[in-house]
Design a protein around this ligand. Structure first.
Ligand code: HEM
Length: 394
């Protein structure tokens, strides 16, 4: 039986995925009472077929109009149509690719400031000192949290993320205390922005209107929380997984250094090769046939994105890390109506981060050959810590 939480599986789940794709592409996992799908086609079906698979925890995701649900707030990621459609178009207005692209100079500044702290030492923990704080600071600024409050924000963010069951949200995320403090803090920000809108996400969310609907205060609070859970650890691991993949494939790093225009392609290959989110959940809304199995109504289904992205039926030599790969329709950001809202931001942060690593950390190498500890849980994939050394530029 596979232990989905064993360090062996978490560090290298790919041989297990391959075995399932070959022998049992649709499998019931007795110990977890979960169904699992492993091939590219099945994963895509489970993620996109919202007529048969709900994003809610029990097949009854909230579908009512926001006006009927004002008091509760929402979690976009666990909501089904028609409610999801309405909410998504409201938040889309605040999260346009253009708005995200405008953040590039500021993200560069933050990345360089973080690297400045270790520039003279020749050593850093890539996760602790760089890949972890970068997305947290970016989201804090995006939400309009002033620099003076950043440390408090980081503490709430840590607690909420640590407590969140997973990117799927919905569960009892984080300590009650952190929730309440952050809610109170954002209630104040919302009240201030109502009177005096600024150039930040909260002001844009307050102004967003679609037909007769708009976002309530509790909707905005839930959305801020979702951004922390869905946006921080995922991006940390994209950056960490990228650096790790390049350390293990130095010829690909040399290729990228000599041809920097390959960076966007290289980021897509990292997303495929070592997907930061390995799995997403759905619930069967009725009995549904997948492959030669019938998944019973009401059961939870795991769509193994990390396996789909290594499916030999879809990708040539899927175990090869190749930044010049041409056809790369990976599912790392999901697919369909729940496609990652933060994908443009995650790609931009990864681009800025890898450019800063290339420019500022020459001759980058692991400090030791100790095995790396995997990140917690089987949904998010990466390492907890990545101690590196580099040549100082003096
Ligand atoms: C490399 C980084 C990231 C990865 C791999 C990732 C992955 C994903 C995936 C797989 C989904 C689909 C969930 C589903 O189908 O149920 C998703 C949804 C979502 N992501 Fe991301 N994400 C990343 C970064 C971000 C960032 C930076 C943000 C925001 C700041 C963000 C916000 C969201 C939101 C709000 C949703 C829900 C969208 C919806 O339900 O309509 N993500 N993400």
């Amino acid at each position: 039986m596979i232990n989905l939480l064993s360090p062996e599986f978490l560090s290298n789940p790919y041989p297990v995925y391959e075995m399932f794709r070959k022998n049992q592409p649709v499998a019931y996992m007795e110990s977890l009472q979960l169904w699992s799908v492993f091939t590219y086609d099945h994963v895509k079906t489970v993620l996109t077929d919202h007529a048969h698979f709900s994003s809610g925890p029990n097949g009854q995701a909230k579908t009512a109009e926001p006006s009927e649900q004002k008091q509760e707030g929402f979690s976009l990621i666990t909501t089904d149509p028609p409610r999801h459609t309405d909410l998504r178009s409201l938040v889309n207005r605040a999260f346009t690719p253009k708005a995200v692209a405008a953040l590039e100079p500021r993200i560069e500044e933050i990345a360089n400031e973080l690297l400045d702290k270790n520039a003279n030492t020749g050593e850093l923990d890539l996760i602790r000192d760089f890949a972890y704080p970068l997305p947290v600071i970016v989201i804090a600024e995006l939400l309009g949290v002033p620099a003076a409050d950043r440390d408090r924000f980081k503490e709430w963010s840590d607690e909420i993320v640590a407590g969140a069951d997973a990117i799927i949200g919905g569960g009892q995320a984080g300590s009650r205390q952190a929730h309440m403090e952050m809610n109170d803090y954002f209630k104040d920000i919302i009240a201030q922005r109502r009177v005096q809108p600024q150039n930040d996400l909260v002001s844009t969310l307050l102004a967003a209107e679609e037909g007769n609907s708009h976002l309530s205060e509790s909707d905005i609070l839930s959305f801020c929380r979702l951004l922390l859970v869905a946006g921080n650890e995922t991006t940390t691991n994209l950056i960490g997984n990228a650096v790790l993949a390049f350390l293990e494939h130095p010829a690909e790093w040399d290729k990228l250094v000599s041809r920097p225009e390959m960076l966007p392609n290289a980021i897509e290959e990292v997303l495929r090769f070592r997907s930061p989110v390995q799995a997403m959940f759905r619930t069967a809304k009725q009995d549904v046939q997948i492959g030669d199995q019938t998944i019973p109504q009401g059961t939870r289904v795991v769509a193994w994105i990390g396996s789909a992205n290594r499916d030999e039926a879809k990708f040539d030599e899927p175990a090869r890390f190749d930044i010049s790969r041409e056809s790369n329709a990976h599912l790392a950001f999901g697919q369909g109506i729940h496609f990652c809202l933060g994908a443009p931001l995650a790609r931009l942060e990864a681009k800025v981060a890898l450019t800063a690593v290339r420019n500022r950390l020459p001759e980058l190498a692991r400090q030791n050959t100790e095995p790396l500890e995997p990140a917690r849980g089987f949904i998010v994939h990466g390492v907890k810590s990545l101690p590196l050394r580099f040549a100082t530029q003096s």
